[in-house]
Design a protein around this ligand. Structure first.
Ligand code: UT7
Length: 349
């Protein structure tokens, strides 16, 4: 069967740097706490009105398409992973199709938060392997800064997240043994509310006894976003950090080993692990657990924070641009996050 390869990669981060010192203007926090607990020194924040999740994705996509030696007109499918779309619906995929004046190709949005890019790559890989598509654009992009709680109440989350985008173009591999070797996807919804943004959402119920109840518009609006929800901060992301951390440090190494062993390989064969940039302490724990050397793991959370669906393609792009990933290298991408969902992609570059 055909394999798919990453033929081109690009990234885009906003110019605006927001440091840990800048955070102190808004909440009770400090540089020492943030660096010690997360490794983050600064993150990028998009322009409030001129940059959106889609526009950042488009900038990353332009670079990926050029490096793949193709054009927007040749792209035959779009997959867009994000948890911070421009609109509640439609998704960002169609906005990319419009912005890049692409043909009337399919556009799919993926909602798997931190593991969104790994899921997106896996879906793209299936379409290439079956021969259905030959040039798939896969984007991970996030604009977190628009919806974070910048009061002290939200400090455990707000200091972590940053904005940015990464993109790849997937094409059929030409050389034997090159390309995506396997992908591994998992979920466990038991703790779905541990890392979530609850509102607005359809869990609010205006049906009574299987009939739409006679509520007026204001009452219905109140169910989706009431003053009480806003007062409690339920319009912002919620995270039980320690609970997520404990699960992440188990599932990350597990899913890397799963990918390697399915291919008859070991950690000694691995040239580069690109973990989703959730927390530097998580990456260091995973590195230690897997017995990897420093040169086998790439981290850039220090500069960008956690950019969820964008973190893997941004890190992959930087590592590749710095010459840390070369043809023939074995590269593992691994993610864990909200859902919980987690997964890995093993690539022979
Ligand atoms: O990307 C998707 C998946 N996400 C993750 O994998 C994130 C996993 N979790 C984490 O990375 C960590 O749990 C956090 C970085 C979110 C939090 O670090 P922690 O070491 O688990 O801290 P904590 O939440 O247990 O809080 C410890 C203390 C608390 O104070 P008390 O109760 O001990 O007095 C917090 O109120 O640190 C306080 N705290 C802060 N202090 C200063 C929480 N956030 C901050 C802050 N600045 N920004």
């Amino acid at each position: 069967m055909l394999k798919s390869k990453i033929a081109g990669i690009g990234m885009y981060v906003p110019e605006n740097i927001f440091t840990n010192e800048d955070m102190k203007q808004y909440m009770d926090t400090n540089d020492e706490w943030i660096q010690e607990r997360t490794g983050i020194k600064e993150r990028r924040y998009a322009h409030r009105t001129e940059e959106t999740t889609t526009t950042m994705g488009v900038e990353a996509a332009k670079i990926a398409i050029k490096r793949a030696g193709t054009t927007a007109a040749e792209i035959d499918f779009i997959i867009f992973a994000t948890l911070s779309p421009d609109y509640y619906f439609p998704g960002c995929g169609v906005l990319v199709q419009r912005a890049m004046q692409m043909n009337e190709i399919g556009a799919l949005d993926i909602r798997n938060q931190c593991s969104g890019f790994v899921y997106a790559l896996s879906v793209a890989d299936q379409f290439i392997k079956t021969g259905m598509y030959k040039n798939i654009l896969v984007i991970g992009s996030e604009k977190h800064s628009f919806g974070l709680d910048f009061s002290t109440r939200g400090r455990n989350i707000s200091v972590i997240f940053g904005d940015g985008a990464g993109a790849v173009v997937l094409q059929p591999a030409q050389k034997d043994g090159q390309g995506i070797l396997s992908t591994h996807l998992h979920s466990d919804g038991e703790n779905a509310e541990m890392l979530a943004m609850y509102n607005p959402g359809t869990h609010a119920n205006h049906w009574v006894n299987d009939k739409v109840a006679d509520f007026n518009d204001a009452e219905i609006a109140d169910m989706f976003m009431s003053k009480e929800m806003i007062d409690k901060g339920q319009n912002f992301p919620f995270m039980d950090g320690p609970a997520v951390f404990k699960k992440a440090i188990v599932k990350f190494p597990e899913v890397v080993v799963e990918a390697l062993s399915q291919n008859g390989l070991t950690t000694a064969d691995l040239n580069m692990l690109i973990p989703h940039q959730a927390n530097l302490r998580i990456s260091q724990f995973v590195q230690q657990k897997l017995g990897l050397q420093d040169h086998q793991v790439y981290n850039n959370i220090q500069k960008y924070g956690n950019t969820t669906a964008a973190s893997i393609p941004i890190a992959l792009c930087e590592a590749w641009e710095q010459g840390k990933i070369k043809e023939g290298d074995l590269v593992c991408l691994a993610a864990f996050g909200s859902g919980y969902t987690w997964g890995s992609v093993l690539v022979r570059w």
